[in-house]
Design a protein around this ligand. Structure first.
Ligand code: ZN
Length: 277
Protein backbone atom coordinates (compact mmCIF):
# COMPACT_ATOMS: atom_id res chain seq x y z
CA UNK A 1 0.00 0.00 0.00
CA UNK A 2 1.40 3.41 -0.91
CA UNK A 3 0.52 6.83 0.42
CA UNK A 4 0.24 10.14 -1.35
CA UNK A 5 3.28 12.05 -2.58
CA UNK A 6 4.56 14.85 -0.35
CA UNK A 7 7.31 17.32 -1.24
CA UNK A 8 10.01 18.42 1.20
CA UNK A 9 12.77 20.53 -0.34
CA UNK A 10 14.16 18.75 -3.38
CA UNK A 11 12.61 15.40 -2.44
CA UNK A 12 9.24 13.84 -3.06
CA UNK A 13 8.36 11.39 -0.34
CA UNK A 14 6.02 8.40 -0.54
CA UNK A 15 5.16 6.27 2.47
CA UNK A 16 5.46 2.52 1.84
CA UNK A 17 3.61 0.29 4.31
CA UNK A 18 5.40 -3.00 4.93
CA UNK A 19 2.66 -4.32 7.21
CA UNK A 20 1.41 -4.34 10.77
CA UNK A 21 3.12 -5.84 13.78
CA UNK A 22 1.10 -6.65 16.91
CA UNK A 23 3.25 -7.38 19.95
CA UNK A 24 1.97 -7.89 23.47
CA UNK A 25 1.89 -4.71 25.54
CA UNK A 26 4.31 -6.51 27.90
CA UNK A 27 7.03 -4.78 25.86
CA UNK A 28 6.06 -1.44 27.44
CA UNK A 29 8.40 -0.01 30.08
CA UNK A 30 8.29 3.02 32.34
CA UNK A 31 11.09 4.41 34.51
CA UNK A 32 8.46 5.69 36.97
CA UNK A 33 8.05 2.18 38.42
CA UNK A 34 5.48 -0.66 38.30
CA UNK A 35 2.39 1.54 38.77
CA UNK A 36 3.42 3.89 35.96
CA UNK A 37 4.14 0.89 33.72
CA UNK A 38 0.80 -0.72 34.55
CA UNK A 39 -1.05 2.52 33.79
CA UNK A 40 0.64 2.57 30.40
CA UNK A 41 -0.35 -1.06 29.72
CA UNK A 42 -3.94 -0.45 30.87
CA UNK A 43 -4.18 2.51 28.51
CA UNK A 44 -2.69 0.57 25.58
CA UNK A 45 -4.69 -2.65 26.01
CA UNK A 46 -3.26 -6.17 25.76
CA UNK A 47 -1.89 -5.83 22.22
CA UNK A 48 -0.07 -2.97 20.57
CA UNK A 49 -0.58 -2.13 16.91
CA UNK A 50 2.49 -0.89 15.11
CA UNK A 51 2.88 -0.14 11.44
CA UNK A 52 6.16 -1.09 9.81
CA UNK A 53 6.95 1.72 7.40
CA UNK A 54 9.61 2.66 4.94
CA UNK A 55 9.82 5.62 2.60
CA UNK A 56 10.54 6.19 -1.07
CA UNK A 57 12.46 9.38 -1.90
CA UNK A 58 12.81 10.78 -5.39
CA UNK A 59 15.41 13.55 -5.54
CA UNK A 60 18.19 15.16 -7.53
CA UNK A 61 20.39 12.09 -7.26
CA UNK A 62 17.80 9.52 -8.20
CA UNK A 63 15.66 7.10 -6.29
CA UNK A 64 16.32 6.17 -2.68
CA UNK A 65 14.63 4.29 0.13
CA UNK A 66 14.69 5.06 3.83
CA UNK A 67 14.72 1.54 5.31
CA UNK A 68 13.51 -1.56 3.49
CA UNK A 69 10.97 -3.37 5.68
CA UNK A 70 11.06 -7.05 6.58
CA UNK A 71 11.21 -8.71 3.14
CA UNK A 72 10.01 -12.29 3.36
CA UNK A 73 11.43 -12.85 6.85
CA UNK A 74 8.52 -11.94 9.14
CA UNK A 75 5.57 -13.78 7.62
CA UNK A 76 2.56 -12.84 5.51
CA UNK A 77 1.33 -9.91 7.65
CA UNK A 78 4.51 -8.08 6.73
CA UNK A 79 6.83 -7.74 3.76
CA UNK A 80 4.50 -5.67 1.58
CA UNK A 81 6.91 -2.77 1.04
CA UNK A 82 8.23 -4.48 -2.08
CA UNK A 83 4.77 -4.55 -3.66
CA UNK A 84 4.21 -0.96 -2.51
CA UNK A 85 7.41 0.10 -4.24
CA UNK A 86 6.31 -1.63 -7.44
CA UNK A 87 2.91 0.07 -7.15
CA UNK A 88 4.76 3.40 -6.92
CA UNK A 89 6.36 2.58 -10.27
CA UNK A 90 9.85 1.68 -9.06
CA UNK A 91 11.72 -1.53 -9.90
CA UNK A 92 14.45 -2.80 -7.54
CA UNK A 93 17.21 -2.05 -10.08
CA UNK A 94 16.14 1.62 -10.14
CA UNK A 95 16.92 2.17 -6.46
CA UNK A 96 20.27 3.98 -6.30
CA UNK A 97 20.65 4.24 -2.53
CA UNK A 98 19.14 3.14 0.76
CA UNK A 99 19.41 5.20 3.92
CA UNK A 100 19.16 2.77 6.82
CA UNK A 101 18.08 4.23 10.14
CA UNK A 102 19.60 1.33 12.09
CA UNK A 103 20.33 -2.35 11.65
CA UNK A 104 17.27 -4.03 13.21
CA UNK A 105 15.48 -6.68 11.14
CA UNK A 106 12.27 -4.77 10.45
CA UNK A 107 14.37 -2.11 8.68
CA UNK A 108 17.17 -4.10 7.05
CA UNK A 109 15.87 -7.62 6.36
CA UNK A 110 14.00 -6.35 3.32
CA UNK A 111 17.38 -5.77 1.67
CA UNK A 112 18.00 -9.52 1.63
CA UNK A 113 16.33 -12.32 -0.28
CA UNK A 114 16.75 -15.99 -1.12
CA UNK A 115 17.60 -18.94 1.07
CA UNK A 116 18.71 -17.69 4.48
CA UNK A 117 18.78 -14.11 3.14
CA UNK A 118 22.02 -14.73 1.32
CA UNK A 119 21.51 -12.46 -1.66
CA UNK A 120 20.84 -8.79 -2.33
CA UNK A 121 17.30 -7.72 -3.21
CA UNK A 122 18.54 -4.47 -4.74
CA UNK A 123 21.03 -5.22 -7.51
CA UNK A 124 22.57 -1.75 -7.81
CA UNK A 125 21.89 0.21 -4.63
CA UNK A 126 24.48 1.53 -2.23
CA UNK A 127 23.46 1.02 1.38
CA UNK A 128 24.24 3.97 3.67
CA UNK A 129 24.44 2.89 7.31
CA UNK A 130 24.96 5.11 10.38
CA UNK A 131 28.59 4.47 11.23
CA UNK A 132 27.98 3.94 14.96
CA UNK A 133 25.49 1.15 14.19
CA UNK A 134 27.79 -0.51 11.68
CA UNK A 135 30.60 -0.39 14.23
CA UNK A 136 28.43 -1.74 17.05
CA UNK A 137 26.77 -4.57 15.12
CA UNK A 138 30.11 -5.85 13.80
CA UNK A 139 31.76 -5.82 17.22
CA UNK A 140 32.09 -9.32 18.74
CA UNK A 141 32.44 -7.84 22.24
CA UNK A 142 29.16 -5.92 21.86
CA UNK A 143 27.44 -9.11 20.71
CA UNK A 144 28.81 -11.11 23.64
CA UNK A 145 27.63 -8.47 26.11
CA UNK A 146 24.00 -8.71 24.96
CA UNK A 147 21.49 -11.54 25.54
CA UNK A 148 21.01 -14.02 22.69
CA UNK A 149 17.57 -12.52 21.95
CA UNK A 150 19.40 -9.39 20.78
CA UNK A 151 21.89 -11.14 18.50
CA UNK A 152 19.70 -11.01 15.38
CA UNK A 153 20.93 -7.60 14.25
CA UNK A 154 24.54 -8.81 14.39
CA UNK A 155 23.65 -11.72 12.10
CA UNK A 156 21.73 -9.44 9.74
CA UNK A 157 24.68 -7.05 9.54
CA UNK A 158 27.04 -9.90 8.63
CA UNK A 159 24.63 -11.02 5.88
CA UNK A 160 24.31 -7.47 4.53
CA UNK A 161 28.08 -7.08 4.37
CA UNK A 162 28.31 -10.30 2.34
CA UNK A 163 25.31 -9.73 0.05
CA UNK A 164 26.19 -6.07 -0.61
CA UNK A 165 29.96 -6.45 -0.61
CA UNK A 166 31.57 -3.16 -1.64
CA UNK A 167 28.21 -1.34 -1.52
CA UNK A 168 27.85 -0.69 2.23
CA UNK A 169 28.84 2.88 3.14
CA UNK A 170 29.14 3.99 6.77
CA UNK A 171 27.91 7.58 7.21
CA UNK A 172 28.52 10.03 10.08
CA UNK A 173 25.81 12.28 11.51
CA UNK A 174 25.30 15.64 9.79
CA UNK A 175 24.81 16.55 6.12
CA UNK A 176 25.01 13.59 3.72
CA UNK A 177 27.14 14.19 0.64
CA UNK A 178 24.95 12.12 -1.70
CA UNK A 179 21.73 13.81 -0.50
CA UNK A 180 21.84 17.61 -0.68
CA UNK A 181 19.36 18.97 1.89
CA UNK A 182 19.18 15.80 3.99
CA UNK A 183 20.86 15.59 7.37
CA UNK A 184 21.53 12.47 9.46
CA UNK A 185 20.31 13.23 12.99
CA UNK A 186 21.67 10.97 15.74
CA UNK A 187 18.88 9.60 17.97
CA UNK A 188 20.85 7.16 20.14
CA UNK A 189 19.33 4.74 22.61
CA UNK A 190 17.15 2.45 20.51
CA UNK A 191 20.49 1.33 19.05
CA UNK A 192 23.83 3.12 19.49
CA UNK A 193 23.75 4.54 15.95
CA UNK A 194 19.97 4.91 15.60
CA UNK A 195 19.50 7.83 13.19
CA UNK A 196 16.73 10.00 11.88
CA UNK A 197 16.81 11.74 8.51
CA UNK A 198 15.84 15.41 8.35
CA UNK A 199 14.71 16.64 4.94
CA UNK A 200 15.09 20.40 5.00
CA UNK A 201 12.22 22.18 3.30
CA UNK A 202 10.16 25.35 3.23
CA UNK A 203 7.77 25.97 4.88
CA UNK A 204 8.14 22.58 6.58
CA UNK A 205 10.98 20.18 7.04
CA UNK A 206 10.34 16.47 7.54
CA UNK A 207 12.02 14.38 10.21
CA UNK A 208 11.85 10.64 9.54
CA UNK A 209 12.59 9.57 13.10
CA UNK A 210 12.75 5.79 12.67
CA UNK A 211 12.04 4.10 16.04
CA UNK A 212 12.26 7.18 18.27
CA UNK A 213 8.59 6.56 19.13
CA UNK A 214 6.73 3.32 18.49
CA UNK A 215 3.40 4.68 19.80
CA UNK A 216 2.54 8.11 18.43
CA UNK A 217 0.02 9.35 20.98
CA UNK A 218 1.14 7.64 24.19
CA UNK A 219 4.87 8.31 23.86
CA UNK A 220 4.40 11.88 22.64
CA UNK A 221 2.21 12.55 25.68
CA UNK A 222 4.76 10.87 27.97
CA UNK A 223 8.25 10.72 26.40
CA UNK A 224 9.48 8.64 29.37
CA UNK A 225 7.29 5.75 28.20
CA UNK A 226 9.48 3.23 26.42
CA UNK A 227 9.58 -0.23 24.89
CA UNK A 228 11.88 -3.14 25.60
CA UNK A 229 13.18 -2.86 22.03
CA UNK A 230 15.40 0.07 23.08
CA UNK A 231 18.91 -1.23 23.82
CA UNK A 232 19.58 1.71 26.20
CA UNK A 233 16.17 2.81 27.57
CA UNK A 234 17.53 5.83 29.48
CA UNK A 235 19.36 7.21 26.46
CA UNK A 236 16.35 6.48 24.24
CA UNK A 237 14.13 8.53 26.59
CA UNK A 238 16.64 11.41 26.49
CA UNK A 239 16.57 11.29 22.69
CA UNK A 240 12.75 11.35 22.74
CA UNK A 241 12.58 14.36 25.06
CA UNK A 242 15.18 16.36 23.14
CA UNK A 243 13.87 15.51 19.68
CA UNK A 244 10.19 16.06 20.45
CA UNK A 245 11.05 19.47 21.93
CA UNK A 246 13.09 20.41 18.86
CA UNK A 247 10.47 19.11 16.43
CA UNK A 248 7.72 21.08 18.19
CA UNK A 249 9.82 24.26 18.33
CA UNK A 250 10.85 24.04 14.66
CA UNK A 251 7.40 23.00 13.39
CA UNK A 252 8.85 19.91 11.70
CA UNK A 253 6.53 17.38 10.16
CA UNK A 254 7.42 14.02 11.67
CA UNK A 255 6.93 10.45 10.55
CA UNK A 256 8.53 7.22 11.59
CA UNK A 257 8.99 3.54 11.04
CA UNK A 258 6.21 2.49 13.42
CA UNK A 259 3.84 5.43 13.91
CA UNK A 260 0.96 5.92 11.47
CA UNK A 261 1.00 8.85 9.07
CA UNK A 262 2.60 12.27 9.31
CA UNK A 263 2.12 14.70 12.19
CA UNK A 264 3.28 17.89 13.84
CA UNK A 265 3.77 18.22 17.58
CA UNK A 266 2.25 20.73 19.95
CA UNK A 267 3.27 21.10 23.59
CA UNK A 268 0.57 19.68 25.88
CA UNK A 269 1.08 19.29 29.63
CA UNK A 270 4.38 17.54 30.33
CA UNK A 271 4.52 16.17 26.78
CA UNK A 272 3.15 16.74 23.31
CA UNK A 273 0.01 16.28 21.30
CA UNK A 274 0.22 14.92 17.74
CA UNK A 275 -1.72 16.86 15.12
CA UNK A 276 -2.08 15.01 11.79
CA UNK A 277 -0.21 16.81 9.00
ZN1 ZN B 1 11.84 -0.89 14.15
Amino acid sequence: MTGSVRQFGAYSVVHLLDGVFEPSSDVLLHPGGPAARQALIDQAGPTLRMDVNCFLLRGPDGIALVDAGTGDAWGPQLGHARAALQQAGVAPEQVARVLLTHLHGDHALGLLQGADGASAWLPRAEILVPEADLHFFTDPAARAALPVARHGAFDITAKLLRAYEGRIRPIPSGPIAAFPGIEAVPLPGHTPGHTGYLLHGTPHSLLLWADLLHLFTAQAADPDAGLSYDIDPTLAAQSRHATLARAAAEGWVVAGAHVPGFGVLEAAGAGYRVVPA
